[in-house]
Ligand binder design. Sequence first.
Ligand SMILES: Cc1cc2nc3c(=O)[nH]c(=O)nc-3n(C[C@H](O)[C@H](O)[C@H](O)COP(=O)(O)O)c2cc1C
Length: 331
Amino acid sequence: MKMPSFQAERVWLAPMSGSTDAAFRRQAVRYGAPAVVSEMVAGEALAAARPDVVRKTCRHEGRGLWIVQLAGRRPEDMRRGAELLVEAGVDVIDINMGCPSRQVTGGNSGSALMREPDLALQIIDATLEGAGGTPVTLKMRLGWDHDLLNAPEIARAAVDRGVEMLAVHGRTRCQFYKGQADWSAISDTVEAVDVPVIANGDIGSVDQVDAALAESRAYGVMLGRAAMGQPWLLGQVAAHLEGRDFVRPDLSAQADGLCEQIEDSLSLYGSWLGIRIVRKHIAAHVDKAELPLDEAERRAVRAQLCRLDDPAELIAQIQSLYLNSETKAAA
Ligand SMILES: Cc1cc2nc3c(=O)[nH]c(=O)nc-3n(C[C@H](O)[C@H](O)[C@H](O)COP(=O)(O)O)c2cc1C
């Protein structure tokens, strides 16, 4: 297998618009996530230096490569976007051909490009040109729909052009997020190329990591939604694959991490927006933490925390919720 010019990690945090900002990526890497990808940004928005876009691409605190995902459907925007990312010093540029959203910037970009393979290849060429030697990776789906499962062809052409690593979400564009990701279908792409392929879609536990790797024969895994509210999951998966022990953070460490993320979010976006953006993470933490609450209590706590506008009050309430839960659990 031809290994990329950068450290080929086997466990990746998936790019998620509105979620994988620098504040969340910092939490993932502090618990040992080997690779984390920014939210997607559009080439033309980067060129216009829109402040919201600059924030999305921000490097996270802590270790690991700075990987930024670029989206778009105009090759010249992708070229310019890649040039700007290189100027900013990013380590790896990831091309978005995986996101099914209808509003991916510039119209039908993201996984819609899989229906337009010629344009997809022009976009890859332009990104590689703009990157000028900075490594480029590609994230895609199995194809447009089940009649057009062309990930292997696009992957082969992309690798011939210089793309160094691939991630494949085991669904088609037309499936959006419905049904189950088909890990075994990813193996067609694994067989088609001689670079590492990362399997993605519905992987949420170490058992699922093992199953996804066995079925896809991929080199590694990429996890998205499952990491929301438990940013240590990537570190846990990495430890599992390397045969290392992993100590899950206890409730007080979880509270400290969440509060650090809230503070980072406030610094990144300012208080008003920062508190709103981080709410989905707070909700996911409350949903997934081992708090001694029944479902109704959990819903009430979640709603209560997500209503607070005062950061100091929010942090105090989170600390006391987690501390009380830990005390109860120890009693
Ligand atoms: C809220 C949300 C935002 C997403 N944004 C992006 C994105 O910016 N770029 C991208 O390639 N995929 C995006 N995706 C897709 C994920 O990267 C991933 O492929 C998908 O969620 C399947 O993985 P999972 O089952 O582990 O979540 C997004 C998914 C979600 C749920």
